[in-house]
Design a protein around this ligand. Structure first.
Ligand code: PGA
Length: 242
């Protein structure tokens, strides 16, 4: 595991972009595992900027996102499909049909989980981008999620609902369920890129990277992956022992 502590958010984003850009330039048909949340926004802006300058093209890239709320249509401004379209896909030359997300509006959600796992098997990710929740979740794998689970439907933790309420008009509008790539799917990526900033993440980061590997902290499973790059700002690294 390689851990970088950057001086600020701009440097976190630049370092993360360096990892993504290397993969995209090295692979003939790159597969990127992408994430939503506030943390990757700076990275996505750099991807868009560099693509506009024609330094990088995503024409041969495919992407697979981690998760989606259950019950929000893709056109809903808080759906993760909408987030990805507006913050990244519209600004790069990725073919529309090459961007995959689990469908939280599927009629049969169990079938959708199986469809997404089959898709992930067909397109192994060269790199999987991850944020981390204040409670140590990765994607929507909340504390207590078995490490060997595939794509599944989750009931969101109260702390996750509260953390995500900032994007909705009220906490009552935050969906209670989501469809998420499982920990097995995350761990099957060839490389993991974990990005975290801010004091609120410091405890989760320390537990994940230096605590016991235990299902009470889903991100701690990353200690078992052979190729993990972690990029933190100073605040998020504050509880690590170096
Ligand atoms: P954030 O979310 O980037 O908005 O902090 C990360 C997460 O909950 O996984």
């Amino acid at each position: 595991m390689k851990i970088f502590v950057a001086k600020d958010y701009a440097e976190v984003s630049a370092l993360a972009y360096g990892v993504i850009k290397d993969v995209v330039l090295q692979e003939s048909s790159p597969v990127l595992g992408l994430a939503t949340g506030s943390t990757p926004l700076g990275l996505y802006a750099l991807m868009a900027e560099d693509c506009a300058k024609k330094n990088v093209s995503y024409k041969n890239t495919r992407t697979a996102n981690l998760d989606e709320y259950v019950g929000l249509a893709p056109s809903h401004p808080q759906s993760y499909r909408y987030f990805m379209e507006h913050n990244l896909f519209e600004h790069i030359d990725l073919p529309k049909e090459s961007a995959y997300l689990p469908n939280g509006s599927a009629q049969n959600l169990e079938e959708e989980c199986r469809r997404y796992d089959a898709l992930l098997e067909q397109m192994p990710r060269d790199v999987q981008l991850l944020g981390i929740g204040n409670n140590g979740h990765i994607a929507f794998n909340e504390p207590g999620t078995p490490f060997d689970c595939g794509t599944h439907i989750v009931r969101l933790d109260a702390s996750t609902i509260e953390a995500n309420a900032r994007f909705f008009d009220s906490v009552n509008e935050v969906p209670r369920r989501a469809i998420t790539m499982g920990i097995r799917g995350i761990m099957s990526a060839k490389k993991i890129l974990l990005v975290a900033t801010g004091t609120k993440k410091a405890l989760a980061v320390a537990r994940a990277l230096q605590g016991e590997v235990d299902e009470s902290c889903p991100a701690s499973v990353l200690q078992r992956h052979q190729d993990v790059v972690v990029i933190l700002d100073k605040d998020a690294s504050a509880k690590l022992r170096f």
